[in-house]
Design a protein. Sequence first.
Length: 362
Amino acid sequence: MAVAGASGAPGTPEGASVEFRGVTRAYGSTRALDGFDLAVEPGQLLALLGPSGCGKTTALRMLAGFDRPTSGEVLVDGRDVTRLPAHRRGMGMVFQSYSLFPTMSALDNVAYGLRVRGTGRAERHRRAGELLELVGLAEHTAKHPHQLSGGQQQRVALARALAVSPRVLLLDEPLSALDAKVREQLREEIRRIQLETGLTTVFVTHDQEEALSTADRVAVVRAGRLEQCAAPEELYERPATPFVAQFVGTMNRLPATAEAGGRVRVGAQSLPVDGPSGAAGERVTVLVRPEAVVLQPDPAGTGVVALSTFRGASTRLRVALDDAPTGPELIVDTAPHLAASTPLGARVSWRLLDRPVLLDRA
């Protein structure tokens, strides 16, 4: 396949920077975005992650030019594009629905944007063929959408978005209609292509695993505002707010007592706090990941294994605690061979790994 341009993909320009500055979008009394600030570096893949209705798709539509802010600015490579129409922004968009033309072949679907721009037939077919090769569909150029699987159709949609050499690639939950195995394969393909092209990419998803496994950075959105934007590892290990901590992954909520010196007492343990610990003696709630809990078989322990779920590389245990019969169970992730020593009904004792814990200050 011929390669042109510094970024590595045929005809694809260098990645552009993106910035939202104080963007607000109001629909009557409802604010879909409320002073939204976010910066995306050139060549990064950024995932917008959040619950339904948080404003992540609204932000993508603002960037695409399909909607305009009530206030604030959207910049691409430092240029204010807030009032620029969609067709002049140079964006490539892949939707949740494939939106392919049913009467066109895969090749003609990919070439359509170039045809609209007046590119000659030979050149647009050459470029469309290169891009179908890039997405692994070189042998399917003559097939129509109904002859392709869902994953293949979404690859065609991705190639079509790349055909017009966009400055930024926008993905609006493009994998949500696919089964789990195909989703995993296709998100790996999207990442591979994004790395090959160096194209700045903004990816909207509500799937935490998808965001953490695919993106350079993940922006967690809540009620139209940015809660935290960080690399996946930092987001998971050092969440900036209790909302991020509980939305990304799973958290246990455990009662504790604040101590002097930035520590808290959880059961018999004294642990450091990530951030202010509160006044000594204050009752607080700590947030703890399931993998930070260690169980041991113990006939005199304070918990009973109530449920065991094999998850491949790990086993998730739910432990009913004697001192919280009506409260949430303790969730523990452990290696399957260790879980074998604590079967259903086993009485156990538990402790936390000696590392900083986060307090829920909501």
